[in-house]
Design a protein around this ligand. Structure first.
Ligand code: ZN
Length: 278
């Protein structure tokens, strides 16, 4: 979804150069949450290849069956209390089970009660070995300087679109197109490329493909989406689509989007090319 940022983390992980704490900021709530979950999956994979989790090791398999390995997630709508942060602190102090790291994820830092900041700061000051802390915040100025100075910060621009804003018919159409993209019927892919290139704004549709495929990847990896979205993906989850194929689809469509948005490429050919490569 964010190729540049992803490649940065992939390389840092491979070279064991990952810092112990990162703050992700920017407008898209779901985008940040998804990115962090995928990063956690990559960090726990025993045999990542080409910056992707293998989908086969014990830790990857655990994720597919919705079990998180050595990962503590705080994802509250409001009032993250000092007790919750203390619980996280205890969790990080425990020995790892099968994970490669102990990961703490806090979504929505702005929901944390100020009195919990000091406890969090203590975690940052003396993080147990192999700890990885991933915070998400909308506005980085909401993070106290003492905490900010101990983290690396990463901006994730939002895509400004949310599946929840689509009508059920639109969702169905876009999802059927994603099934074609993930499928094996080249004829259907060529037809889809033609139809999409005829749209008034093909980039908009391609953006939706990217959002759907990425959400599917996150659900596949045990991440949570709202029920409406999970329900769309359920039938496809049952089809056992190959894990590497979903990753390839996300990569190809992200690349396609930047091509169609930034240059005057021949849209139809670019789409055909991307779809046939998935
Ligand atoms: Zn793995």
């Amino acid at each position: 979804m964010y190729p540049k940022q992803w490649s940065f983390f992939g390389k840092a992980l491979a070279g064991d150069r990952l810092h112990h704490a990162y703050i992700f900021y920017g407008p898209g709530h779901q985008e940040k949450k998804d990115f962090i979950l995928q990063l956690a999956a990559l960090a726990q994979c025993a045999k990542p290849s080409e910056q992707k989790p293998c989908g086969e090791c014990v830790n990857c398999q655990a994720l597919v069956s919705k079990r998180r390995v050595d990962t503590f997630i705080i994802d509250q709508q409001e009032n993250i209390s000092i007790d919750t942060i203390r619980e996280a602190q205890r969790f990080l102090g425990l020995t790892k089970t099968t994970g490669l790291k102990k990961i703490l994820i806090i979504n929505g830092f702005e929901k944390m009660r100020p009195e919990a900041h000091d406890t969090l700061l203590k975690i940052f000051e003396e993080p147990p070995v192999d700890t990885l802390i991933l915070l998400a915040v909308e506005n980085i100025t909401n993070i106290p300087k003492t905490i900010l100075s101990r983290c690396h910060s990463v901006y994730l621009p939002g895509l400004g679109l949310s599946i929840g804003d689509l009508s059920p018919e639109e969702i169905k159409t876009i999802w059927q197109e994603c099934e074609i993209i993930l499928g094996v019927k080249n004829f259907a892919k060529l037809e889809l490329a033609f139809q999409t290139s005829e749209l008034e704004n093909p980039a908009d549709r391609i953006k939706w493909w990217l959002i759907f495929l990425n959400s599917f990847l996150v659900v596949y990896h045990g991440g949570e989406q709202d029920n409406q979205i999970e329900n769309i993906f359920l039938p496809l989850l049952e089809k056992n689509i190959n894990h590497a194929k979903i990753y390839r689809a996300v990569e190809e469509i992200a690349l396609l989007l930047s091509k169609v948005e930034n240059t005057n490429t021949l849209t139809r050919l670019a789409i055909e090319d991307a779809l046939l490569r998935v």
